[in-house]
Design a protein around this ligand. Structure first.
Ligand code: ATP
Ligand code: MG
Length: 427
């Protein structure tokens, strides 16, 4: 009786070789472009103390209240699989005293994130982000540079028709004034819509602006907006950033309702959306978090960053995807060995190693089979050259080399086959 098939848990997915190639290519492009802006890679752990996220991201956020994979480890410590990378990077920045180096610390990180969300198109429980963070100044020129880098990357991987939504959510001085005004407005407007909603609004009125509920859209459209409450610093910061973006030819839309779902943001926030994504339309989210490093026990360090969702990025690039610039994204097999008979099979293993040692991509048949079935496998491999080894060839010290593109076959000295193939494939 067949055993029951085991499947992966809900909300995660396998990335098979063809797709993985597109992932690697997108990552390669990110590395290349980020390096031009002076970013170095940081790899932070996939799990941290729960406290890092509850303190860093904020106790009232959706991520912390609903979405975290939290468990007690065998030593009784509360551990959480990282739902995002910014808090971990700031922790690492403090722990390793990266602030002691002069200038702006520019870091990027790639890898899986975990959130217990309802799985649907573009929303997974393990998903992947490309994350970039720049720490050390509140100069709006850094905000502009971060956005330049982001847009350059998205363009380089072939994304088009994107919209950059931009806002400034105020600072510690003007945001509370705005939040109070918004709370006042929302209390009146949502009276009778339930105790649960009332409580959420009370806890964080700004989050209401993020609501996707169609019943809330009309209220949001009439709500007071942050720009009416900006103090001088926030208005200046936003205006200067807009001027930098204009000079850099980056198009954006001012969106005073954009608040982002994490508590650490201040001043600049942005999101890149695409109409082609459907309901989960954000490819990237980012913003300033000038207070986070201090919150985590470090020195006051203004900072800004963004996170790109890999799954959504690759959904947009489609099959044509990264690499449309002409670079090869594939490493197909170049030489395939077909062997008939016991000694030929043993020789085929040696020959494959020899060719690989010369830097060629070589594969072979396993498990024998007729000439016909082995040739079928050779054909399917896509290799340009097929080597046929049989008892006659072994005895004569030669191999039969078939050029699949030309449909021609010739005998080559066994000892010279490596040189011969290198000359043809690596000339
Ligand atoms: P959303 O509004 O879609 O929930 P978010 O604001 O929670 O996004 P961020 O925390 O800003 O997302 O993460 C940055 C990016 O990571 C998002 O723009 C998105 O592309 C991607 N992302 C976030 N959550 C998921 C998920 N569960 N599955 C796949 N991608 C995700
Ligand atoms: Mg979310």
């Amino acid at each position: 009786m067949a055993r029951q098939k085991l499947t992966a848990v809900r909300g995660v997915k396998d990335i098979l070789p063809e797709e993985a190639r597109r992932w690697s290519e997108a990552e390669r492009v990110a590395r290349e472009i980020f390096a031009r802006y002076g970013y170095g890679e940081i790899r932070v752990p996939t799990f941290e103390r729960t406290e890092l996220f509850s303190r860093g991201i904020g106790d009232s956020t959706d991520i912390v209240t609903k979405e975290m994979y939290t468990f007690e480890d065998k030593g009784g410590d509360s551990i959480t699989l990282r739902p995002e990378a910014t808090a971990s990077i700031c922790r690492a920045y403090v722990q390793n005293s990266l602030y002691a180096q002069a200038g702006v610390a520019k870091l990027f990180c790639m890898g899986p994130m975990f959130r217990y969300e309802r799985p649907q198109a573009g929303r997974y429980r393990q998903f992947h982000q490309i994350d970039a963070e720049a720490l050390g100044t509140d100069d709006p020129a850094l905000d502009a540079e971060v956005i330049f880098m982001l847009m350059e990357f998205l363009e380089a991987v072939g994304l088009a028709g994107l919209s950059l939504q931009l806002n400034n959510i105020g600072d510690a001085e003007c945001r509370p004034v705005y939040a109070a005004a918004l709370l006042e407005f929302l209390k009146k407007e949502t009276a009778g819509m339930g105790a649960d909603l009332a409580e959420r609004i009370e806890r964080n009125p700004l989050r209401f602006l993020d609501s996707k509920d169609p019943d809330h859209a009309e209220i949001i459209s009439r709500a007071p907006t942050i720009d009416q409450y900006w103090n001088k610093r926030c208005r200046n910061h936003f205006d200067t950033l807009c001027r930098h973006l204009d000079r850099g030819g980056v198009r954006y839309e001012r969106n005073p309702a954009l608040v982002r779902g994490l508590d650490y943001y201040c001043l600049t926030v942005f999101e890149v959306t695409s109409e082609d994504l459907g309901a989960q339309n954000a490819v990237c989210g980012g913003g300033r978090y000038d207070g986070l490093v201090e919150e985590l026990g470090g020195p006051p360090t203004p900072a800004i960053g963004f996170a790109i969702g890999m799954e959504r990025l690759l959904q947009l690039t489609g099959k044509a995807g990264p690499g449309t610039g002409g670079e090869s994204v594939e490493y197909p097999i170049e030489v395939f060995i077909v062997a008939l008979g016991e000694s030929a099979e043993a020789e085929s293993l040696t020959l494959a190693s020899e060719l690989r040692g010369r830097g060629l991509r070589a594969d072979r048949t396993f498990g024998g089979g007729s000439m016909k079935s082995q040739m079928k496998r050779a054909d399917r491999s896509g290799a340009r050259y097929v080597i046929v080894l049989g008892d006659d060839e072994i005895a004569g010290g030669v191999v039969a080399l078939r050029d699949m593109a030309e449909s021609q076959q010739e005998k080559i000295e066994r000892a010279g086959i490596g040189d011969h193939l290198c000359a043809r494939l690596r000339a």
